[in-house]
Design a protein around this ligand. Structure first.
Ligand SMILES: [Zn+2]
Length: 106
């Protein structure tokens, strides 16, 4: 189980966007990577392709980051935190904040 999930708020601890915060757009579990909104944005030069209705020019899009350089920000205390796990009475596994003990998964 990865500590980062889609829609999490995360703090970036590595790469060119170190120190920034963003929302996880998607997670690529098999590669151990995640894409975070407005983080690690790369510019891609694309060629026009009228058949596919592609205009060409410079496209900016997020590139994936290694999950190990992301720290989850707790929704309860708004602090970057290490994630702990807890099993609820119904058997559901949830992530908890190690700082405030709040539940990260809703
Ligand atoms: Zn917390």
């Amino acid at each position: 189980m990865l500590h980062v999930k889609k829609e999490d708020q995360v703090l970036v601890t590595g790469g060119k966007d170190r120190g920034k915060r963003g929302r996880v757009l998607h997670v690529l579990p098999s590669r151990g990577r995640a894409v975070v909104e407005n983080i690690n944005v790369i510019r891609r030069h694309t060629r026009p392709n009228p058949q596919k209705n592609i205009k060409g020019g410079i496209v900016e899009r997020e590139s994936s980051l290694n999950i190990s350089s992301l720290i989850v920000i707790c929704r309860e205390c708004n602090e970057p935190t290490r994630v702990g796990y807890s099993v609820l009475a119904d058997g559901k596994k949830v992530r908890i904040c190690r700082k405030c003990k709040g539940t990260i998964d809703k």
